[in-house]
Design a protein around this ligand. Structure first.
Ligand SMILES: C[S@@+](CC[C@H](N)C(=O)[O-])C[C@H]1O[C@@H](n2cnc3c(N)ncnc32)[C@H](O)[C@@H]1O
Length: 182
């Protein structure tokens, strides 16, 4: 992993805060990982990471595949069955929405595994992209989608000012019963 530079986008404060709930030393999936800002955070915290994206060019320039990190190039929206396996202690999804994988995310979590999700919601169109409603969560959508299957630890929705104004929704949920959250 190369050292961070001032040009690397910072991790989401939501992921920084709640990644602490993932079992120490566990295995985490960073789905639609982009340039790997959360992959880098997770690796630095001692997790092993599977970083998956349709385009792994940016990932591969920042991260070297080794025992702790595997990058996977795949199209999540090509209609094929889920190819990323399961037993993850954590799954991170940020700034990506493809509703058909929601059930796969639940299935891919290990017992006590933690789902950390943050992406844009309706209302974001007034701030810029994404503005296509297909890529914007409806009010309460994350909590309605995952609450029947996971134990919700935290949920927020609204407008944030940083890193730029945006309408977002974010969720943390555990597979199984309640756990220590402090
Ligand atoms: C806005 S970026 C978010 C990247 C990262 N999660 C973050 O928050 O920094 C969205 C990512 O989704 C990936 N993506 C879009 N469509 C995809 C698909 N069909 N299959 C896999 N990845 C896809 C893009 O390549 C891009 O890296």
């Amino acid at each position: 992993m190369r050292p961070p530079t001032e040009f690397d986008p910072p991790p989401s404060p939501w992921i920084e805060r709640y990644a602490a709930l993932i079992r120490a030393g566990g295995r985490v999936l960073d789905l639609a990982a982009g340039g790997g800002r959360h992959t880098r955070l997770l690796l630095a915290r001692g997790y092993s990471v599977v970083a998956a994206d349709r385009d792994t060019t940016a990932l591969r320039s920042a991260i070297t595949d080794d025992a702790a990190c595997r990058t996977v190039a795949l199209d999540l929206e090509n209609g094929e069955a889920w190819r990323l396996g399961g037993g993850y202690d954590g799954i991170v999804v940020t700034n990506y929405l493809y509703r058909p994988v929601f059930a796969d995310l639940v299935a891919a979590l290990a017992p006590a595994g933690v789902l950390l999700y943050e992406t844009f919601m309706l209302g974001n169109e007034r701030f810029g992209k994404p503005s296509n409603p297909d890529f914007l969560l409806r009010p309460n959508e994350l909590i309605e989608a995952f609450m029947p299957h996971l134990t919700v630890v935290a949920f927020e929705q609204g407008i944030v000012s940083r890193p730029r104004p945006a309408a977002i929704q974010r969720l943390v949920a555990i597979k199984g019963g309640i756990i220590a959250v402090d």
